[in-house]
Design a protein around this ligand. Structure first.
Ligand code: ZN
Ligand code: ZN
Length: 271
């Protein structure tokens, strides 16, 4: 059994290494249909049609698209009903794409289909947005330049349970965050601040309340780090209801983090 697991892991690494080597020889490919790309960033023209930016107006805290009756004035700092009812533990969450069409296909191919080269495609598209968002967080932290950010802001990702990490072989969020920072030309290093101590069942198919219950007490701040008084940038590759980001933010705040900002590549929309 152990032998089999070892074989599977080495097979996976061989495949990934082969994949990376192929990338050096062949031109870049579309993240969805594998078509070779000429000049285009990461998606071919056909798949690019099925990419959707998030609809405005959005909640100023969680970033969820708000329903506004036609012609009504939509104030910029308005909150969605959910955030009015219970303010999340993070200060704000922002995402770039709608988790739908080509973006959902590309993320699923990378995350569950082991095509890790897609991470680079996604990061190439996300880089400029990432830089702008981090500049805005820098501003919120009272710093004038991104270069000054390292002492002010800790950068981290949503952890996986060690057993799940072993089974998959990689943490997709961590890989994408790394690639996005590189693509944005930002130096500060990524730190593991939180560990997942309990396995949780899949959040898919669970309602908002059940998602919260499912995650309760699943995370702990790594005892080797001190987050007291620090601001944290938390990256979650896909934001669904925000329940996971909220639980990790809660864990960090309870350990003394001053504020938590959430960035995501894509977010699933309710409407
Ligand atoms: Zn394509
Ligand atoms: Zn909201």
């Amino acid at each position: 059994m152990k032998k089999l697991a070892l074989l599977e892991t080495s097979y996976r690494w061989l495949r990934q290494a082969g994949d990376a080597a192929a990338r050096l020889v062949f031109p870049p490919q579309c993240a969805v249909c594998d078509a070779y790309l000429e000049g285009a960033l990461s998606f071919c023209a056909r798949c690019d049609y099925a990419i959707f930016p998030l609809k405005e107006p959005r909640c100023s805290v969680c970033g969820e698209t708000r329903e506004v009756s036609p012609g009504a004035y939509a104030s910029e700092d308005a909150l969605c009903p959910q955030c009015v009812e219970a303010r999340p533990k993070f200060e704000r969450a922002r995402a770039y794409w709608e988790y739908y069409g080509s973006v959902a296909d590309a993320i699923q191919r990378a995350k569950y289909g082991q095509r890790l080269w897609i991470v680079r495609n996604l990061a190439a598209e996300l880089g400029p947005w990432f830089r702008a968002e981090i500049a805005s967080i820098t501003d919120a932290c009272g710093r004038s330049a991104i270069a000054e950010l390292a002492p002010a802001l800790l950068i981290t990702y949503v952890p996986m349970h060690p057993g799940d990490l072993r089974a998959r072989g990689f943490n997709f969020g961590n890989l994408l965050l790394r690639a996005c920072l590189k693509s944005a030309g930002i130096k500060p290093e990524i730190r593991r601040l939180v560990i997942k101590t309990r396995r949780t069942r899949s959040q898919a198919g669970l309602g908002h309340l059940d998602r919260r219950i499912n995650l309760r007490g699943a995370f702990e701040v790594d005892p080797r780090v001190d987050v007291r008084g620090r601001a944290v940038l938390l990256f979650d590759d896909v934001l669904t209801t925000g329940a996971t980001a909220n639980e990790v933010a809660k864990t960090l705040r309870q350990a003394g983090a001053s504020r938590v900002f959430v960035l995501s590549a894509a977010r699933a929309l309710k409407y």
